[in-house]
Design a binder for this molecule. Structure first.
Ligand code: NAI
Length: 327
């Protein structure tokens, strides 16, 4: 039996946590051979609810689950951790400006970044899910400078999955027939799902769906506004699909990407495609199971360039708003 890895999840008593933890414990992320110890991090008032989640995890008798560390102490929570899912954050409330949200959550991610740097295992990797996830990730990364920049990720996989399904539905094909679709930029309503470089059954998407207006008037807005549509329908934000996307993101990073495929995750930009270096920007990514790289040389037309510039501009604005939190 392999040595267990330690996996931290913040916001563990929340909606996403409730879907995510059981799948991590069942082997859905790190495989059926890899035991895990779960570090469940919450704020003090949520500890009673977290205790209920711990009891349910125990009641599953998962063969791979070798320990549970429920805590509100960040040092204990990140001690020896190999992977951290930073899910917990404060939701935007009525009347709250984006600046206020960035500042409230920014402070959380300063503390978490510092605690990760001080306590985590040398191979720590971090996926930020809590919104605004790109900028929260930027803050945590900049407050944990001893951890290499290529270990920090923010989640855009849910947007990719949403886009793939919309293309498959429109073309009347299976989702597995769609490849190469990546999200560029911020996980926000400015994200850009690049359908030009995606394929359906091996053919460029615009050659299969010959309906240019549909992409601009229906596809992009549907993907960009899907989160709001789910809140409207369910009365709650997307949680099971978000947990699923977090699982897929890490699985994509720790396994080799199949030939002809890419996946989306926001990483620390190295300046590829002219994006400002250091921004946490979603790109098409491939992995060899150990390290990842940004797919280079993709053709981008004027429309794509305009959309990518708009989402980069938003990320630069967010960065300027949190400048004093960047250490
Ligand atoms: P939720 O409100 O159900 O749960 C959040 C949990 O985080 C709560 O239990 C709360 O007590 C905890 N929390 C708050 N501050 C914390 C802190 N400083 N340390 C540890 N825990 C803390 O929210 P839900 O639905 O689970 O969503 C979590 C986050 O994920 C939200 O920010 C949401 O916007 C984001 N999200 C991101 C998506 C993406 O694609 N990147 C998709 C869907 C949601």
């Amino acid at each position: 039996m392999k040595t267990p890895i330690r996996v931290a999840v913040t916001g563990a008593a929340g909606q996403i946590g409730y879907s995510l933890l059981f799948r991590i414990a069942s082997g859905a992320v790190f495989g059926p051979e890899q035991p895990v110890i779960l570090h469940l991090i919450e704020i003090e008032p949520a500890l009673p609810a977290l205790n209920g989640v711990v009891m349910e995890l125990q009641d599953c008798a998962f063969p791979l689950l070798k320990g549970i560390v429920p805590t509100a102490d960040l040092n204990e929570g990140f001690k020896g951790v190999n992977w951290a899912f930073l899910v917990g954050s404060v939701p935007r409330k009525a009347g709250m400006e984006r600046k206020d949200l960035l500042s409230i959550n920014g402070k959380i991610f300063i503390g978490q970044g510092k605690a990760i740097a001080a306590n985590a295992a040398p191979d720590i990797r971090v996926l930020v899910v809590g919104n605004p996830c790109n900028t929260n990730c930027l803050i945590a990364m900049n407050n944990a400078k001893s951890i290499p920049a290529d270990r920090w990720f923010a989640m855009t996989m849910l947007d990719q999955n949403r886009a793939v399904t919309q293309l498959a539905l429109k073309a009347g094909v299976d989702t597995t027939d769609v490849s190469g679709l990546a999200i560029w930029g911020n996980h926000s309503s400015t994200m850009y799902p690049d359908y030009f470089n995606a394929k359906i059954g091996g053919k460029p998407v615009p050659e299969v769906i010959k309906h240019e207006l549909w992409f601009k008037e229906t596809f992009i807005p549907t993907v960009q506004q899907r989160g709001a549509a789910i809140i409207k329908a369910r009365g709650l934000s997307s949680a099971a699909s978000a947990a699923n996307a977090a699982i897929e993101t890490v699985r994509n990073l720790v396994n080799p990407t199949p030939a002809g495929h890419v996946f989306s995750v926001a990483v620390c930009s190295d300046g590829s495609y002219g994006i400002e270096k250091g921004l946490i920007f979603s790109y098409p990514i491939v992995s060899d199971g150990k390290s990842w790289k940004i797919v280079q040389g993709l053709p981008l037309g004027d429309f794509s360039k305009e959309k990518i510039a708009a989402t980069e501009k938003e990320l630069k604005e967010e960065k300027a708003l949190v400048a004093e939190l960047l250490g």
